[in-house]
Design a protein around this ligand. Sequence first.
Ligand SMILES: [Zn+2]
Length: 333
Amino acid sequence: MTRTSKMAMALTGVALFSGIALLSQTNLPPLPDIRVFKVDPEKYPEVVRKVQGQIMVVAGAGSQVSVLPGDSGLLIVDDQYKEMSPKLLAAIKTISAKPIRYAINTHMHPDHMGGNEAIAMLGATIFAHDNVRIRLMGGLPPGAAPAPNPAGGRGGAAPAPTPAIALPVVTFSDPINLHYNGEEIAIVPSPKPSHTDGDAFIYFKTSDVLAMGDVYTTDYPAINPGNGGTSQNVIDDWNYALDHFIGPNTKIVPGHGQISTRADLIALRDATIAIRERFRKMVKDGMTLDQVKAARPTKEFDQRFALENVGHNEIVSTDAWYGIMYNEAKNGQ
Ligand SMILES: [Zn+2]
């Protein structure tokens, strides 16, 4: 047994007692990827891990949370489900006892902004896209059609009602830069509606880490047709990120799933393009959705990207994704 694996085992032992594991070795177990309707915090330990440079990640249930600690306090990106707040705050404290000064929501979904209330109560300032605030207040952004599936899922419904203290205080629809703890941070709205109409990328330039929210999860793309999302819009957003932020050494923190590299995102992009071509061909050949499902046009990609193989997900399934891809092909998108 190597020194490193002994150390990892020792830390895992600590994790059993504290529910929190602080690990920075290679060959680590996957980060938790838990997406559920009913959150039982007892069941989900928080894992703390170094990403690169100054950036850490906390993963429990809901979004992966990027953390920038430093002398001036902490800045975090996304804050999991509301129910996880006590455990999330405890996990963040293991990184630094300094106060959380800033929290940025990558978008409006409750698994990414549910912790806003607890964090704002501690004095943090919340940042998010203009449309996040509008939707959290129950409104519709200018020009937006009501989501056809307001019950949630990937239909784009915001949690309601959102207490005033949990609302973003600083909102944006153009890129902004923050300078904090020696880190240069670009907050850039994603150019196309893909996951929602209020997604933002957060690029930690100094550490070369990009948080992509749910525009990139490490499974088949989370397209929301209810917010104008299409597979092409997702691909356009990915290409924008590849062109503007993601270099050979960049580490990507996805909205859900595992820390990734440029090669991982390109693999998912190319798989999505290949799968979409197959859907188009099958629809052109007159196949029904059931026939397409039986033909399994995703088969050689499923091991790596099917939701069921990469995390615990009660909110969406590959089956539902087939429906979205099939409808797109049918509508000529
Ligand atoms: Zn989301």
